[in-house]
Unconditional design. Structure first.
Length: 176
């Protein structure tokens, strides 16, 4: 049994715990301050749209890409039908792939199915959004609004976080 007074007990505590606590605090503070580090999710019915993001574009670019994941927690499939945003004149769903050793890109007609209990990732080099006819250049650190429309879940307003030009890998998303 210890008979140390509170002040003596505090002095007897190993200094490693203080350093560990300080390190954890610093890490949490850093995480809270990094743009895009916090998850941002949006819900519509059984669908959850996770971390919509885009890249900053160079001056004069006329297009930008958009990426996110959609998780369907329901037991019925849904379909992404369209997107709209004040960032651009129009927005389209596109698919990239390789055919005969050549990278191809094409608009997706009829929407994109989100399977029941499944997850679909829109990412560089695969399915992605194209914001065409940019009205302004998205800048790193800002967010811009958009509306995704699903067949069953309806419309959901989301915010795309704009990351640096070289972040998250992939291609330059058709920048001109």
């Amino acid at each position: 049994m210890s008979y140390l007074l509170p002040a003596a007990r505090a002095q007897a505590r190993p200094r490693g715990f203080e350093r560990l606590g300080l390190a954890v605090f610093a890490l949490l503070l850093l995480f809270a301050c990094v743009p895009g580090a916090q998850a941002h999710e949006f819900k519509a019915g059984d669908l959850e749209v996770g971390h919509p993001w885009s890249r900053a574009t160079p001056p004069g670019a006329k297009v930008a890409g958009g990426y996110f994941t959609v998780t369907n927690k329901g037991n019925v499939p849904d379909r992404l039908l369209s997107i709209s945003s004040d960032l651009s004149d129009k927005a389209e769903l596109h698919e990239m792939g390789v055919k005969d050793g050549v990278m191809t890109m094409r608009p997706v007609s009829g929407g994109l199915e989100i399977p029941a209990g499944g997850k679909v990732a829109l990412k560089p080099g695969g399915y992605h959004l194209m914001f065409i006819g940019l009205k302004r250049q998205p800048k790193q650190g800002e967010k811009f609004p958009a509306t995704l429309t699903f067949e069953r879940a309806g419309s959901v307003k989301v915010e795309f976080a704009v990351e640096g030009m070289g972040e998250a890998g992939g291609m330059d998303d058709h920048a001109e």
